[in-house]
Ligand binder design. Structure first.
Ligand SMILES: *Cc1c(COP(=O)(O)O)cnc(C)c1O
Length: 395
């Protein structure tokens, strides 16, 4: 299990994580996060998009140590709730580095954010704008545009954003109510594998910017959202390719009038930093005739594997029997819920020797895992997480 032959994952990250696991007793399931990898991913994103300010989307991994490391690196934060605001402030972020990126806010949430000193808000409706104007008077707002593309691995659907015409009305209303209408945002959908995926929305933003200019609202901020990919079973395109494609498109459409640029990466910063250690609860078959085995881990959809929904995110697994003969398995979680199954439509191939009590490590598990885990479903504890720093110490 010590080497990562035939894997696209980072050898150093893996070695630091398994070194810690081999020298420390860690009850499973446990997510181990290598903060040095978060630093490296941050540096890679910064050099790929040097003109964009990085607002880490906290929901991807709200581990306090992760937030603290990003505070130290000079990151800003995209938050969705009073709880995430509090977390960032506690870890040393100042309120001017916090953007309230959730278009869905109760009046009490806006009041909380304002009280905490947050002055930048996302919006996509005049109702929300009126609430912000009342409870966070004078704040800066940007309007989120609806994204119709569904080419992301985890698309956002139609839950957020508004059409360009509506965005003009939303920001005009904001201005009339005394807010500062700074610009536009969009999110192309999570885990985008095409560097060209931002193009359509940048073009749309430029069209809306022209309409806003006619209303005497110059575009001063463009928030390019998240969506930058992490590597799972296959290597995602280099982050530099995204920077190049996005930069070229921005030059074409904004040229001399380049607005302040923001990005909100989530998974691209944290996914590859995480490893989930699990234990096999059982391996069994449903009938004597079945050739597919069911492998039950002590972690499932309710304690870490939320992103297996739809089977779009496919993690790389490592076992103690790697290299030996394999056969098809359905991978499932430990609870009594029939939906607590991770991969069924597209079975994994795992060693035939795999047995109850064996360890299974899941790579690239740092994003949308602990943050999605349920509190105590069926009596199973929420997934615990542990951060380690170079050279393999807990932090
Ligand atoms: C979740 C989220 C992100 C992060 O998305 P990734 O695909 O993980 O990069 C960014 N912005 C907003 C508004 C989000 O809700």
């Amino acid at each position: 299990m010590k080497t990562l032959e035939g894997s696209i994952h980072n050898q150093q990250t893996y070695q630091r994580l398994v070194h810690y696991l081999s020298t420390n007793e860690v009850p499973t399931p446990c997510l181990l996060i290598d903060v040095q990898t978060v630093r490296e991913r941050f540096a890679a994103l910064r050099s790929a998009l040097p003109d964009a300010e990085i607002f880490y989307a906290v929901k991807a991994n709200p581990q306090p140590e992760v937030v603290r490391v990003l505070v130290e690196l000079g990151a800003s934060f995209d938050v969705a709730s009073p709880g995430e605001i509090q977390l960032c402030l506690e870890q040393g972020a100042t309120p001017d580095r916090i953007s309230y990126g959730n278009t869905l806010k109760k009046r009490s949430d806006i009041a909380f954010a304002h009280e905490a000193g947050v002055r930048l808000f996302a919006t996509d409706s005049t109702v929300d704008v009126a609430n912000i104007a009342e409870l966070a008077p004078g704040a800066s707002v940007f309007c989120r545009l609806l994204v119709s593309s569904t080419s992301a691995t985890q698309p956002f659907g139609r839950k957020f954003g508004c059409s360009g015409d509506m965005a003009v009305d939303v920001l005009t209303t904001a201005k009339r109510l005394g807010l500062d209408p700074v610009g536009l945002s969009f999110h192309v959908g999570s885990q985008h594998l095409s560097p060209e995926a931002w193009q359509e929305q940048i073009e749309e933003s430029a069209r809306v910017a022209a309409k806003l200019a006619a209303e005497d609202i110059p575009l001063r901020l463009l928030n390019l959202g998240g969506g930058f990919p992490a590597s799972y079973q296959e290597k995602s395109p280099e982050i530099g390719m995204f920077g190049t494609a996005i930069g070229r498109c921005l030059d074409t459409h904004f040229g001399q009038a380049m607005p302040r640029l923001l990005i909100e990466p989530g998974r691209a910063l944290v996914a590859e930093a995480g490893l989930l250690r699990t234990e096999v609860v059982n391996v069994s078959r449903r009938t004597y005739e079945d050739d597919v085995r069911w492998v039950y881990l002590d972690a499932g959809r309710y304690n870490g594997f939320a992103e297996c929904e739809g089977e779009g995110i496919r993690y790389e697994l490592r076992t103690e029997h790697d290299g030996k003969p394999v056969g098809p398995v359905v991978l499932a979680g430990p609870t009594c819920d029939g939906d607590d199954v991770m991969y069924q439509k597209h079975p994994y191939q795992l060693p035939v020797d795999l047995a109850a009590g064996d360890r299974v490590d899941v790579l690239g598990f740092g994003a949308y895992s602990t943050s999605f885990a349920s509190v105590f479903f069926n009596g199973f504890a929420p997934l615990t997480a542990l951060c380690i720093d170079d050279p393999g110490r807990a932090c």
